[in-house]
Design a protein around this ligand. Sequence first.
Ligand SMILES: Cc1cc2nc3c(=O)[nH]c(=O)nc-3n(C[C@H](O)[C@H](O)[C@H](O)COP(=O)(O)OP(=O)(O)OC[C@H]3O[C@@H](n4cnc5c(N)ncnc54)[C@H](O)[C@@H]3O)c2cc1C
Length: 353
Amino acid sequence: MSKRPDDQVLTETEALEVYKLLVEYGGADPSSESPFVGRNTNMRCSEFVALPELGFNGRFWRLEREMVCTCGGAESDELYDRIKELNDKLCHIVHKPTIMSNESVGDCVVTKANKLRVVNPHWFLTTSGEWLEQYACLLERIGRICYKSEDRITDDSADGFIKRIIRSGHESVLEHCSITVKVIGSRAMSHQLVRHRVHSSYSQESQRYCDYGKSDCLTVICPHVCSGGSLLPEGVYARNPNGDWIVCDNPSLKALSEGIICRWLDVVLACYQNYLDDRADGVKPEDARYILPNATKTEVQCTYGLRQWRNVFKQRALNPHAQWEIKGIFQSILKDFANRMPSLFGDLAEQIK
Ligand SMILES: Cc1cc2nc3c(=O)[nH]c(=O)nc-3n(C[C@H](O)[C@H](O)[C@H](O)COP(=O)(O)OP(=O)(O)OC[C@H]3O[C@@H](n4cnc5c(N)ncnc54)[C@H](O)[C@@H]3O)c2cc1C
């Protein structure tokens, strides 16, 4: 299998889970044997999509939409959240470059200079999920040295021990483990993110070295206040000859012809056009980027120690003053961590409002 960037990773467990959901909801062929068993732990989703033996080739886009539809009929809130989460991940991964430059959609010839891609903030777990499930036991082994009570370790003693050390404020024990996630959001959000300094490491997409003149279009995050209170559907948006904005990969959506959202898309596109002009005039990406908006999509790999994760969750997921984007991302991460590591994060997840 070819090497691809980290963002296109589904763990084997997740890939199996998706497959089972697809079978359950009638999307995949149940007679085909599970294609994932025995493969590498990290499934590359694009390969997952393209694996011909799955019969997924060319069909995945449709299946993925079916998964969205099934959310409404899920038997429980947990199942709904899980399908939605996997689906969001897939939506991002299989976001095919549906609309290429010079392609026509209705009366609109889509060029690099009249389109933008809108994505919603999301995140990926970089650290192996299998490791996380062992952290409570590992931390118990480490922490019990303080009391020389290693002999009290049993098959199910870890959770109680961890909860007790958190309740007593003995949180330095949590520093022995860390978790890395990749966060995808706006540059506005990433300024907030990187203010967390203690037991924190970051690697961020560089606007000096990434040349957005070479990419198919600029990818941006749209604040929901600009789009009438809910997040804009993800997709490629292009301005047609009338000045209306159409959603190229979802023609059933109504064209946007007025309001804050059109003004917002117009200005963001104008910034990108200026960037492209500067690049054409020989300005380096590191200088051309000065015109790019805070809405520009960025990717950050964040590593925090578990103690710092708890601290960041308090400030960004539970604080009523945290901004919607970082709050949404960290609430979603907190829920995921609480499912995987209830003794370490369950108390915080219960406080999400
Ligand atoms: C709702 C909200 C609004 C904000 N608005 C603004 C704003 O308008 N302008 C702005 O500049 N920032 C703003 N911030 C950022 C904020 O001031 C912090 O820089 C950011 O939240 C990181 O927090 P921290 O310093 O606790 O994190 P970290 O740097 O990760 O520190 C973690 C913890 O270590 C301890 N610590 C770290 N450094 C020290 C130190 N020097 N001395 C003693 N203890 C230390 C503290 O207990 C701290 O909580 C905002 C944050 C939030 C959540």
